[in-house]
Write a protein that binds this ligand. Structure first.
Ligand SMILES: *Cc1c(COP(=O)(O)O)cnc(C)c1O
Length: 375
């Protein structure tokens, strides 16, 4: 096949608005002309829609995914002297949320699917461990049966960082709904993105929900009375309205992402220099929603440059460093060889709903050319 040059951004931020410009403008005009800026009906409506979507008891919109983690950890009573087990292959925010509560993050390895490895999590438990934070990375959910077994064996709480996994399921249950609480991010490039920062805490626990409700708005209860310490960590009503609109067609977005993953699987599956993420049609308890398409590639940097020269933008997640490899965080004494090996080879191919079939074909063909296969 002849392949001609195409420009394929990693994520098309403008298209995120422009492809539904009319509808989105109408949604925003409606909110703005009602003067409905903070904690208004659009937020309540979005929380209700997400609650139904996830089949969870409580949803609380908050400022962003990082603050969502801090609020739910705080509501769970995590603080100084407590250890929280978290994978090192994650966004720094997962670990920072533990740090900022004065608790101690304990970093562990991930497995060949790039998710927290439950065996390493079990070995990391000490008498100080209070919680496990599985990170539902790349749109996949961890082996929650194994993680629940650890939590049950040692009496630990589970707080899920599901920032990358809205709609992902394990054994039929949605990411974010397994433990004490789960968190989501609505950063523009996330599965469900708004036009700025946004996040949510979800929980089936009435007390966690009550605490987060108070914490996100200055400790004020439904009547407006200050009944405890709190802060300002609210989800803007305007963003909530946008999110509620986008959630209506979110199922189609997931279908599209899984379709792109299937095309990558079929096109790249035979290349032995690549280690692909689990295929959407693999026999497992996982239903993956592909926030990212993270694979491992031999000669990764050369491959990335080859794609870039041909108009295709890729990224190495989290700046190419696991959390324990980031200078300045005081965690560099960890040795996590599996994670470090993944970081030498990991690359994200474009994966978003602005990407066309032609674009995916072009990425596949260009990859085949680089590895010298199939021609
Ligand atoms: C995006 C992300 C966060 C943080 O979300 P923000 O809304 O940007 O604060 C946390 N954890 C993971 C794994 C993420 O990808």
């Amino acid at each position: 096949m002849m392949t001609s040059y195409r420009d394929i951004p990693f994520f098309n931020y403008a298209d995120h608005f422009l492809r539904q410009e009319e509808e989105l403008t109408a949604v925003m005009r409606d909110v703005l002309s009602r003067g409905a800026y903070i904690l208004q009906s659009d937020l309540v409506n979005f929380e209700k829609s997400l609650q139904e979507f996830l089949n969870v008891k409580h949803v609380l919109g908050v400022a962003d995914g990082t603050n969502a983690l801090m609020l739910v950890l705080r509501a769970a009573g995590i603080g100084p002297g407590d250890e929280v087990i978290v994978p090192s292959h994650t966004y720094v925010a997962s670990v920072a949320s533990i740090h900022f509560l004065g608790a101690t993050p304990v970093l562990v390895e991930c497995g060949s699917d790039h998710m927290m490895d439950p065996e390493f999590a079990r070995q990391a438990v000490t008498s100080k461990t209070k919680a496990i934070m599985p990170v539902q990375l790349n749109g996949r959910t961890c082996d929650m049966a194994a993680i629940k077994a650890i939590a049950d064996d040692f009496g630990l709480g589970i707080v899920e960082d599901a920032a990358q996994a809205l709609g992902s399921r394990y054994d039929g249950q949605f990411a974010g709904t397994f433990g004490l609480g789960g968190t989501f991010s609505f950063y523009p490039a996330k599965l469900l993105g708004c036009f700025g920062d946004g996040g949510a805490v979800v929980t089936n626990d009435d007390e966690i929900a009550r605490q987060v409700y108070l914490l996100r708005d200055h400790g004020r209860d439904a009547s407006g009375e200050v009944v405890s310490w709190g802060t300002n960590c609210r989800l803007d009503n305007l963003q909530a309205a946008v999110l509620d609109f986008k959630l209506k067609s979110f199922d189609q977005d997931i279908v599209r992402r899984r379709r792109i993953a299937m095309m990558y699987q079929e096109g790249l599956g035979g290349i032995e220099q690549l280690h692909l993420p689990p295929s959407p049609d693999s026999e497992s308890k996982n239903f993956d929603v592909f926030q990212n398409y993270e694979m491992e590639a031999v000669r990764r940097d050369e491959y990335a440059q080859y794609l870039k020269d041909r108009g295709i933008r890729t990224i190495v997640q989290f700046g190419g460093k696991a959390v324990h490899q980031m200078p300045g965080l005081g965690l560099t004494n960890y040795s996590l060889p599996k994670t470090e090996d993944i970081y030498r080879k990991a690359i994200l191919l474009p994966m978003n709903t602005s990407l066309s079939d032609d674009g995916v074909e072009y990425i596949i063909e260009t990859t085949k050319l680089f590895y010298g296969v199939g021609h």
